[in-house]
Design a protein around this ligand. Structure first.
Ligand SMILES: [Zn+2]
Length: 314
């Protein structure tokens, strides 16, 4: 689980405050498209339950289903919801003049409750959201993500670090396209940057390094084979390639940048304008992806580099 439901405080016991888990369930159901018919409330005359309405669009028009929502926040004890926690479901539906019962739980339903639900489904509408289903839905949409940041600030902050999104630095979204199929390689994370030049001439003193003459962005596999045959003009050409994912991870990005700078200044390498432009475009477009904190996996990689003396490239 990514979201820790314990971040939502325990249900309040009679001090008049709104129960946060009920408010969360209301906001959650609202982003799913349920209309709030009755707000969860703890007025002077006792507790009011949350009632929501779903509009189903069918061939014969719109069917409205009123759901009585039962919120159970047992995350702090970790206890699952038993059938005894949800007694008299049919009566409760009819008292509230609803068409169905919707369980909203921060843990998981016990087998006994699941069986009870199965039996009741023959008589009425039954649905339920448990912590796993809630989390899955929340992380799928921008509205859900926003809600997660509000109700689960600590776990969401951790999630954000591990699932980085490019920073908004340039006016337009950056991209690097496969030059054959046009797929955005910063998105697919399956692309390569290929450079080509003539074989070095080691027979002369000092050895001659020929400049980079061609460069292209490509998917791995088929697109690469097609582009290679297009650009490879004779047998004297050789190609080198790097993973584009190396450019969207902070430490490998700076490593690549330093390696290229060193190769031009110290290594005496040269590139023609086209190759140099493509290299610049790659660093520029990848930049928003690396302007961020490192994920745990990336930190581990750096640890590995340090332990194996692979950080001497600066
Ligand atoms: Zn492609």
């Amino acid at each position: 689980m990514i979201l820790d439901f314990k971040e939502i405080p325990k249900a309040n016991t009679g001090n008049g405050d709104q129960d946060t888990f009920e408010l969360f369930s209301r906001d959650f159901l609202e982003i799913l498209g349920y209309e709030i018919i009755q707000q969860p409330d703890r007025g002077a005359d006792g507790k009011k339950d949350l009632i929501v309405q779903e509009s189903r669009h069918g061939i014969s028009g719109v069917t409205n289903i009123k759901w009585l929502v039962s919120c159970k926040h047992y995350a702090h004890s970790g206890k699952s919801i038993n059938d005894s926690d949800e007694p008299n479901i049919l009566d409760r539906i009819s008292v509230h003049e609803c068409d169905g019962f919707l369980g909203f739980y921060s843990t998981l339903p016990a087998t006994s409750l699941g069986k009870n639900f199965e039996g009741l489904k023959k008589k009425t509408q039954i649905d339920s959201f448990d912590k796993e289903r809630i989390e899955k839905i929340m992380l799928e949409s921008p509205e859900g993500i926003r809600l997660a940041s509000r109700y689960f600030p600590i776990s969401f902050e951790k999630y954000k670090v591990e699932n980085p999104k490019p920073a908004k630095i340039f006016a337009d979204k950056t991209s690097i396209h496969c030059e054959y199929c046009n797929e955005d390689l910063l998105k697919t994370k399956m692309g390569i940057f290929v450079t080509m030049r003539r074989f070095s001439d080691f027979d002369v003193e000092p050895p001659v390094h020929y400049p980079y003459e061609k460069a292209y962005y490509s998917c791995k596999g088929k697109c690469d084979a097609i582009l290679k045959s297009k650009y490879m003009q004779d047998e004297m050409m050789m190609d080198e390639w790097v993973d584009i994912t190396d450019f969207i991870s902070p430490i490998t990005y700076i490593k690549k940048l330093m390696a290229w700078m060193n190769s031009f200044q110290k290594g005496g390498e040269k590139a023609n304008d086209e190759v140099f432009d493509k290299l610049k475009r790659l660093f520029l477009n990848a930049y928003p992806h690396i302007s961020r904190e490192q994920t745990t996996e990336e930190k581990e990689k750096v640890k590995f580099y340090l332990q194996n003396g692979l950080m001497d490239w600066l």
